[in-house]
Design a protein around this ligand. Structure first.
Ligand SMILES: [Zn+2]
Length: 449
């Protein structure tokens, strides 16, 4: 059914006029549905309301979406846009509906206002990743209204729980309803497709082809408990802290994975600089703040993040525990764990809290060619390059079904915007023009793939 409130489409209407006109409003509406994911279902909220809102927006143009709940309120929506050739494998577009918490006291605007100001849509989720959700929605609504069919089926998945690892969203869907996405050969989602300006006529567009694996661990040291006034040579706190300090002070060696090599070649070429393989960080600094995100993909990392021990100043506790956030590159899991074991040393036990694989695909093939040509058609100065994410996304779940996963949420960004800082950051926002650009690129890409 066509949206009765929006009227017939004028014969003179430009292609994508509707999608470009409504994408910002769709994003604002979605931001206003507070979908804060605290990692605890009891205190999280809004995913069900967001999934129902998406279902409504799809229903207005005749696309049926089905809502699936892993737990009460933890809702994900899956829909299928029929393609011209149903015999071809489908393409998956997945986007999470949940966001990380935001404290209104720290923000210039209320984080759940979805306010438009200075050409930007502001609010939690504006870049992570309700922007892509809104661009996808705007586009498929436009197609449905104008009778456009993509060349093959497009499966849409709007997901719960990504911000807490996807156990109640993507991972649950892959485990419990693999049939819904099982015929997809490739997927696009966050984090990638955004631009870094090199100069007026050259922008790198970073397409994510790899992400690091996750190894969150708990370290536990034991010792002899006793009175704090005695002489002690078997102290759990001391033993734990020595291991924690060794890990925290350790710099894992640089490992150039194939996507990182390709990325560095592109940076070298774009800036006309030589890159020292022993010190690639130096060259990455040219990219500005985004180098923090990318530099972490040059090596495995392990950062101590939490410490717990003791209950009174004059009591030596029998155990002490620490939490360490470990991340390893594709193909590096064994090497990482060996190096880590040596750092932890004797007398400290290591248990995994969360362990998930690294993801990697190649930057080639027809799908990548279509990404490249869609970006170049909308931005003559575009130079798409593959890159590796230091964080993790729902791609980890979909890769389990042998789906090739790409971070491709196209945004042409202003040169001075500190994009990396907006992820989970204060005053998260996205330019309206970037959203419109994204809709046009996605349209070209999806109609050609
Ligand atoms: Zn995200």
């Amino acid at each position: 059914m066509v949206d009765p409130t929006s009227g017939p489409i004028a014969a003179t209407e430009q292609p994508l006029a509707r999608a470009q006109a409504e994408v910002a409003e769709l994003l604002s509406d979605l931001i206003r549905i507070d979908t804060t994911n605290t990692g605890d279902t009891a205190t999280g909220r809004g995913e069900r309301a967001a999934a129902e809102w998406v279902a409504g927006k799809l229903g207005e143009v005749g696309i049926d979406g089905e809502i699936h709940e892993s737990e009460r309120g933890r809702a994900s929506l899956v829909a299928r846009v029929e393609g011209a050739d149903p015999s071809r494998p489908a393409l998956l577009i997945h986007g999470h509906l949940d966001v990380v918490p935001a404290d209104p006291a720290e923000w210039s605007v209320h984080p759940f206002s979805g306010e438009e100001r200075d050409g930007y849509i502001w609010g939690r989720g504006a870049v992570d990743m309700k922007d892509m959700d809104a661009m996808t929605l705007a586009l498929v609504r436009d197609w449905a209204r104008t009778g456009i069919k993509p060349p093959r089926d497009v499966v849409l998945a709007f997901l719960a729980d990504e911000e807490a690892g996807g156990k109640l969203g993507a991972r649950w869907l892959v485990d419990e309803h693999p049939d819904l996405v099982g015929d997809c050969s490739e997927a696009i989602s966050e984090v990638g497709g955004f631009s870094i300006t090199v100069r007026d006529d050259l922008r790198l567009y970073l397409v994510q082809t790899a992400e690091k694996g996750l190894a969150w661990m708990r370290l536990t040291a034991g010792g002899k408990p006793g009175h704090g006034s005695f002489v002690h040579d078997d102290n759990a706190v001391t033993r734990l802290c020595q291991a924690v300090a060794r890990i925290g002070n350790h710099r894992f060696p640089t490992v150039l994975t194939p996507p990182m090599r390709a990325f560095l070649d592109a940076v070298s070429d774009a800036y006309g600089i030589e890159i020292d393989a022993d010190d690639p960080e130096h060259a990455l600094a040219r990219l500005g703040s985004i180098s923090r995100m990318i530099g972490a993909a040059l090596r495995n990392t392990a950062n101590p993040t939490m410490l717990t021990a003791g209950y009174k100043a004059n009591v030596v506790p029998g155990t002490a525990t620490a939490t360490v956030d470990g991340r390893f590159l594709h193909g590096q899991q064994e090497v990482f764990e060996r190096e880590l074991a040596a750092l932890i040393g004797e007398g400290v036990q290591r248990d995994w809290i969360v362990h998930d694989q690294a993801v990697e695909t190649t930057f080639d093939g027809p799908l990548v060619e279509q990404m490249v040509s869609a970006l170049k058609a909308e931005d003559g100065g575009a130079r798409p390059v593959p890159f590796t994410m230091s964080g993790g996304t729902d791609a980890k779940s979909f890769e389990r079904l042998s789906i090739r996963c790409f971070g491709f949420s196209p945004l042409r960004l202003p040169p001075d915007l500190d994009f990396a800082a907006l992820f989970h950051g204060i005053d998260e926002r996205v330019p309206v023009e970037s959203l419109r650009f994204g809709v046009r690129v996605l349209d070209r890409f999806l109609r050609a793939c």
